[in-house]
Design a protein around this ligand. Sequence first.
Ligand SMILES: [Zn+2]
Length: 413
Amino acid sequence: MLSICLLVLSAWLAIIVILFAWHAMFIVAIWREPTLACPVVIVESDDWGVGPESDAEELNRIADTLARIRDATGHPAVMTLGVVSGHPDGARILASGLATYHRQTLLEPRFAAIVDAMRAGCKAGVFALQWHGLEHLWPAALMARVREDASLQAWLADPRARSESLPSPLQSRWTDASRLPSAALASADVEAAVREEAGLLAAVFGSVPRVAVPNTFVWNDDVERAWVAAGVYCIVTPGRRFEGRSATGGLLPPTRTFRNGERAASGAVLVVRDDYFEPIRGHKAEQVWAAVERKTCLGRPTLLETHRESFIASRELAALAHHELERALRGVLERHPDVRFMSTEALAAYLSDPSSKIRERSIRRRFGTFLHRLQADAALLRPLKFSGLRWVLMLATRVLDRLVPGRPQANSR
Ligand SMILES: [Zn+2]
């Protein structure tokens, strides 16, 4: 009987050794990902740029709300603004008989109120600008499609039309989606487009933002290299990289996966944004609180993805979005008095500095977080479950959570 038990135990241990060996690189990456010692919450908002003057009013209202909500260090809540500094000039394109592309940009005086609102928010520490494409599209792809698509011609003819209402594949700037599946852009074209965007951003705001958010999360090495050459230091990702659109217009399978604080080959620091706060889609403060609890337990920052469309749809919906934003952030402060608000650029600097004051240095606490991360990782879910190791890890994390003072007690799921 004893020998059978020993045999079963040996077989189980062998399975665990094989499991760890098979996922060794993965597990090491989880361990090496920086662990934050306190909750960090950033609202990441995309698509702001060329638009009607009412957008400026919304930005000012958001800035006022954020300025009233401060962490224990006195820093106000921060909303990053993914800036789209240009938009097709539909009237002029149509007047050219669809022969020539023209754009409107934030340099034009009629958009001054929007630029002023962005600048004022940055000065007050509640906004932080991020690259999000000179346009939310690749102009040559739009021009190729518009010549054979009447609905796109109607889109150009509507002065109120926003990039949000374009067909999804065309909203990807860094791939040629004039035909599907999309094709990679020539690297010289990418470099020229990034240089052009840098020039415009510098002309409008006085300098280029140091953080880039690839629109629709489609980009490649050429884009990354061009961004870094233009002064970008950090790239916001959903934890994966997509490089094109499929035959049906959806995203192609990811080519890379990332963790917070990882360095890309281009030298940029990568951060992961995979929580969502879209009031226009019914997202509530409760979802934000759950996300912050989960991320805090995993020693990771909570980057909440949102878009201007939640704040510009109508006055009623915008009022609801403001109310929910304030409720979400005040609720976070109440539940996590040690929460820190900051820009994504500041977060990237903390993540890449091992001596940073907001990084956890206690090995015992880091190990407790590591055990939570192992259980929360989708790729390890099945191996842990079928090997039975999941139960061992759950027991170990419970014991550690009780033994190590200050460790969040939340369930990593
Ligand atoms: Zn966008």
